[in-house]
Design a protein around this ligand. Structure first.
Ligand code: NI
Length: 254
């Protein structure tokens, strides 16, 4: 059985001590495709550099709403330049976050919209980060057409967001929170998403699933998300592995 981790951060310093060894172990364990996700200009460069070492790893390039304190317009040009590399399969993670930052909403929107334009120019999908900003996020993607659509990464378990996101043609990527005992909407939201629109991810090194919460996360744990979805949809682990693998290959054009 093979799995596709659609979103992990091997550019994070938590992997500095054992990155190469670990990535090889992960591959041997059946995680045979990984998208290494960026969140800032620096992390975009690092994500790409790491991805270039492995046939089975790809990268995103983009600036997240939590990484715009020292934003300059020229950063966007650099993201666009990096994203022309064939290893870069999406612009992300980009979006809005009103949990961590509420004082710069206009700048967040500007950076988000500008990067949708980059994605459209390069014919790439986007990877969306949205937290406590669901309606503004939906407004932006409704009013700024994303030609290749994209993915709601670590999708908030919110019925409105999932319904509207699916209507727009976006994929829904599930991460550790669907396994948490206190995530009330998980079952309902998983049932809402058709099999051909689901992706799975770890968001490593953060957000380890149950029963590993609090430990450093890595792509091997994507199996817990697949198992949870299999349980809710009354399907086999293999069916979920295969569907999510094919979906990720399709959206990222791999
Ligand atoms: Ni992430």
């Amino acid at each position: 059985m093979e799995f596709f981790d659609s979103h992990a951060h091997y550019n994070d310093e938590k992997f500095d001590d054992d990155r190469d060894e670990l990535i090889k172990e992960i591959y041997k364990d059946g995680i045979t495709k990984i998208v290494n996700a960026a969140y800032s200009l620096e992390s975009s460069k690092k994500a790409l550099k790491i991805a270039e070492n492995y046939d089975f790893m790809y990268a995103t390039a983009g600036i997240s709403p939590n990484d715009i304190d020292d934003f300059e317009e020229s950063n966007l040009n650099e993201i666009e330049k990096l994203a022309k590399n064939e290893k870069v399969v999406a612009i992300g993670e980009i979006g809005l976050d009103y949990h961590w930052n509420t004082e710069n909403k206009e700048l967040q929107k500007h950076v988000f919209k500008s990067q949708i334009e980059i994605a459209n120019r390069l014919n790439l999908p986007i990877v969306i980060h949205t937290r406590e900003a669901i309606y503004d996020t939906l407004d932006i993607i409704k009013n700024n057409k994303c030609n290749k659509n994209g993915v709601f990464h670590c999708c908030p378990l919110n019925v409105d967001l999932v319904r509207e996101g699916l209507k727009l043609g976006f994929y829904i990527s599930f991460a550790g929170p669907i396994t948490f005992k206190n995530s009330k909407n998980a079952d309902e939201v998983i049932k809402m998403v058709p099999l051909d629109k689901i992706l799975i991810e770890t968001d490593s090194p953060y957000l380890s699933p149950e029963p590993l919460r609090g430990k450093r996360n890595d792509s091997r744990n994507v199996k817990y998300m697949a198992q949870k979805i299999a349980d809710i949809k009354n399907m086999s682990l293999e069916q979920i592995a295969k569907a999510t693998y094919n979906n990720a290959k399709e959206i990222f054009e791999i």
